[in-house]
Design a protein around this ligand. Structure first.
Ligand SMILES: NC(=O)c1ccc[n+]([C@@H]2O[C@H](COP(=O)([O-])OP(=O)(O)OC[C@H]3O[C@@H](n4cnc5c(N)ncnc54)[C@H](OP(=O)(O)O)[C@@H]3O)[C@@H](O)[C@H]2O)c1
Length: 251
């Protein structure tokens, strides 16, 4: 049985990845901080899909948490989804520095170390995949959140190029707005976001898996977001930065 390790599997996009992967027969390693919630998800996945599910409770904003997941990834997984993450609200100068640094740890350091730990066994076998969840926000300048997600894209694309031809796939996934716990957890107001910009988590995950199979470097599900990012690349940086600042809240 193939095994997938999914971080942030307790809720939202990560939980959707876990369900999708169990449905297609993957055994799972579920990572997040809330162990009880992971246990409940694990029991549901075992009952519904008859797959093996391990629970690994870890806080990826801590050294111990990252090291524990790193160790598990090094034992071998066929697919790793580095998805754990959180948003932030408000301006940089008014933000909590501890929170900013925790964001870099979860979005960057954990992604770097887990990817690095997972790749050697995959390369040895000549197969496997890593999906690092970035964001459409990565294409616009909006705080440490968008900067950390831009790092995820550049890092993933660089590693992808280095393992090219090995049979191992590395992809950055850039979701737009998806209804999860993300916005509420970080206190964002999403009332002004038009309905057509909301993506379904299950369709997002299906699109991501399709793009991984096709060897896409940076997956951007949804036509609206492909257009938005296209514009973001053409327009001057000052314009896109001003527009994203006016958008009020960000993701
Ligand atoms: N929703 C969107 O609109 C959107 C858009 C673009 C990108 N994204 C990205 O998609 C990813 C998933 O977000 P989501 O929308 O699914 O959010 P969510 O519903 O809030 O879920 C976040 C998941 O990450 C886990 N997590 C958070 N901090 C963690 C930590 N320190 N250590 C370990 N696990 C942690 C949470 O579980 P615990 O609390 O139990 O740890 C939860 O399982 C994030 O990387 C986010 O930046 C989301």
């Amino acid at each position: 049985m193939s095994t997938a390790l999914v971080t942030g599997a307790a809720a939202g996009i990560g939980a959707q990845f876990a369900h999708h992967l169990a449905r297609i027969g993957y055994g799972l390693v579920l990572v997040a901080r809330d162990e009880e919630r992971l246990d409940r998800t694990a029991a549901a996945l075992r009952a519904e899909h008859g797959v093996a599910v391990e629970v690994l409770a870890a806080d990826l904003a801590t050294e111990d948490g990252i090291a524990a997941v790193e160790r598990r990834a090094a034992l071998g997984a066929d697919l790793v989804v580095n998805n754990a993450g959180f948003g932030q609200r408000g301006d940089f100068l008014a933000s909590d520095l501890v929170g900013e640094l925790a964001m870099l740890k979860v979005h960057c350091e954990a992604v770097l170390r887990i990817t690095r730990a997972a790749l050697p066994p995959m390369l040895e076998r000549g197969s496997g995949g890593v999906i690092n969840v970035a964001s459409v926000a990565a294409f616009f300048s909006r705080g440490t959140y968008s900067a950390s997600k831009a790092w995820v894209i550049t890092f993933s694309d660089s590693v992808r190029q280095q393992v090219d031809g090995s049979g191992v796939r590395v992809m950055a996934l850039c979701p737009g707005w998806v209804r999860t716990e993300f916005h509420e957890r970080s206190g964002m107001d999403t009332t002004g976001i038009p309905g057509f910009l909301w993506l379904d988590a299950d369709r997002l995950v299906a699109a991501a898996m399709r793009d991984l199979r096709r060897g896409v470097a940076v997956s951007v599900p949804g036509v609206a977001y492909k257009v938005l990012i296209g514009l973001g690349k053409i327009l001057p940086r000052r314009v896109t930065t001003a527009l994203s600042a006016r958008a009020g809240s960000h993701h």
